[in-house]
Design a protein around this ligand. Structure first.
Ligand SMILES: C[S@@+](CC[C@H](N)C(=O)[O-])C[C@H]1O[C@@H](n2cnc3c(N)ncnc32)[C@H](O)[C@@H]1O
Length: 382
C-alpha cells in the first residue's frame, strides 16, 4: 500500500482540508485502527517479529504539545508541503495541537500582515519573521509562544511590536502564559532560538506526567504527545527495573525518565544541551529527587558506564558509533532503548548484538497518530 497517496474518495476519513498537500500528516486517509496496524506491520518487517506490546494513543487529534509554524513568502503561516522544503502550505486549520493553537496561528498571520513584517524567504535566504513556535502543557493549560525572527531588534521596538500580538490573542480569548521573541540569525532553516527575550509571562511552562511536574523551556526537547508519554515513561522504567543500584539515563533531556528512575535508584543523567541539564536539575528539585548526578557532555565522550542498567533515548539519528562502542565495552546487563526512529534503533541493535546483546522485548506506543512516525521501546539484555 502506498501510504503517501491519499484516497480522495475516502474524504469522510480525512478531517483536515489541507491533507494530501501538507507535510504534517501522512495517514489521515486511514481509519485509526488501520494506521496502527500499518505501523505494526512495518515494525514486523523491520525487526522480523511483531512488537510484544502495542498501545494506541488515547487522543488521535489535538495531541501534540508543540508546533513549529513556518512563515513564508506572501505571509503564509503553516507547514512545509509534503516533500518540498522550500514550499509552504498556508494552514487555515491544523488538527494536531489544539483549537487555541490553531487560532493563535491565524491571529499571528493577521498580525504580521497588518504590521507589514517581511516574511522569511528560504530560497532567497532573506526576510524577517521565520517561525511561530507554540508549546503547551496539556495537563497544566499553560502555553508558550515564540516568534522567531532573522534579524535582531531594539529593546523598545520588539516589546511594543509583540505586545500588539499579545493584545490580539487576548481579544480572541487565547491565553498565553509565556511570550518570547527569539532570534535565529543563520540561514539554516530551523526554529531554534539562539537568543531569546521574554516579552510576557513566566520564563517556562510546566507539564505534569505521572504526578511529576516538568519545566519546559523555549528550546528544550519534550515528548510531543503527553497523553502517551506517561505510558512511555512507565513502560520504559518498568523494563529497566531500577532497584537501588546506579542507573544511567543517556540523552536525558529535561529529565522525563530521570525523575521516575530517581525515585528508585541513583541516576546519572547525561545530555549535551546545557539548557536541558539546567532544567533537569530544576525538575529533579521540583520532584524531590536527590540521588542523582547530571553530566553536560556528549554520550560518545564518556569512557565507561559503571552500571548494570542503562536507559537511552537518542535523537532520530540514533547512536554515534562511539556510543555503541561505549556500551559494548561497559556491558551493562540491561539496556532499555527508547526511540522515535525504529530504523536507526534497529541498526544500533544489530551492532549491539555483536557485543552480546539480545533483543528480548519490543513495545510500540503510537505517539504520533495521523503521521507515519513511530515510538518504540526495546529491552536488550546481555
Ligand atoms: C529524543 S531527545 C530525548 C530526551 C529525553 N529522554 C526525554 O524523553 O525528554 C534526545 C536528547 O538527546 C540530546 N542529545 C543529542 N545528541 C546528544 C549527544 N551526542 N550526547 C548527549 N545528548 C545528546 C538532546 O539534547 C535531547 O535532549
Amino acid at each position: 500500500m502506498n501510504v503517501f497517496k491519499p484516497f480522495r474518495g475516502m474524504s469522510f476519513l480525512v478531517k483536515c482540508r489541507h491533507y494530501g498537500v501538507c507535510g504534517g500528516c501522512q495517514l489521515q486517509h486511514l481509519p485509526y485502527r488501520e494506521q496502527v496496524e500499518l505501523k505494526v506491520s512495518r515494525l514486523e518487517k523491520l525487526f522480523g517479529f511483531e512488537p510484544h506490546e502495542v498501545y494506541e494513543s488515547p487522543r488521535r487529534f489535538y495531541y501534540r504539545n508543540r508546533m513549529d509554524y513556518v512563515v513564508g513568502p506572501g505571509h503564509v503561516v503553516g507547514l512545509k508541503e509534503r516533500g518540498k522544503w522550500w514550499r509552504y502550505v498556508d494552514l487555515e486549520e491544523c488538527l494536531l495541537m489544539s483549537r487555541e493553537a490553531d487560532l493563535a496561528k491565524n491571529v499571528f498571520r493577521e498580525f504580521i500582515k497588518a504590521e507589514g513584517l517581511e516574511p522569511w524567504d528560504a530560497k532567497a535566504q532573506r526576510g524577517f519573521v521565520r517561525y511561530l513556535v507554540i508549546r503547551e502543557g496539556k495537563f497544566t493549560g499553560e502555553r508558550m509562544c515564540t516568534v522567531v525572527t532573522f534579524k535582531p531588534m531594539e529593546e523598545g521596538d520588539y516589546r511594543a511590536l509583540f505586545s500588539k500580538f499579545l493584545e490580539l490573542l487576548e481579544e480572541k480569548g487565547i491565553e498565553v502564559t509565556s511570550l518570547y521573541w527569539g532570534l535565529n540569525p543563520y540561514v539554516t532553516d530551523v526554529s531554534y532560538s539562539f537568543e531569546t527575550r521574554l516579552i510576557h509571562g513566566a520564563p517556562l511552562i510546566r507539564e505534569r506526567l505521572l504526578g511529576n511536574t516538568y519545566l519546559i523551556g523555549v528550546n528544550s526537547f519534550f515528548q510531543s504527545n503527553p497523553y502517551t508519554a506517561e505510558l512511555l515513561v512507565k513502560k520504559a522504567v518498568e523494563l529497566l527495573e531500577p532497584d537501588g543500584g546506579k542507573v544511567y539515563d543517556l540523552y536525558c533531556g529535561v529529565g522525563t525518565f530521570s525523575v521516575e528512575i530517581g525515585k528508585h535508584s541513583k541516576v546519572v543523567c547525561v545530555d549535551s544541551e546545557s539548557e536541558a541539564i539546567e532544567l533537569l536539575r530544576e525538575n529533579m528539585r521540583l520532584n524531590d529527587v536527590e540521588g542523582y548526578e547530571a553530566l553536560n557532555v556528549k554520550v560518545e565522550r564518556l569512557r565507561k558506564l559503571d552500571t548494570d542498567k542503562v536507559l537511552l533515548d537518542p535523537p532520530r539519528s540514533g547512536l554515534h558509533p562511539k556510543a555503541v562502542r561505549l556500551l559494548a565495552r561497559s556491558k551493562p546487563k540491561t539496556v532499555v532503548y527508547v526511540s522515535c526512529n525504529p530504523k536507526t534503533q534497529k541498526r544500533d541493535i544489530t551492532m549491539l548484538s555483536r557485543a552480546g546483546y539480545k533483543l528480548e522485548h519490543l513495545i510500540f506506543i503510537d505517539q504520533f497518530p495521523q503521521t507515519e512516525h513511530m515510538e518504540t521501546i526495546a529491552l536488550l539484555r546481555q
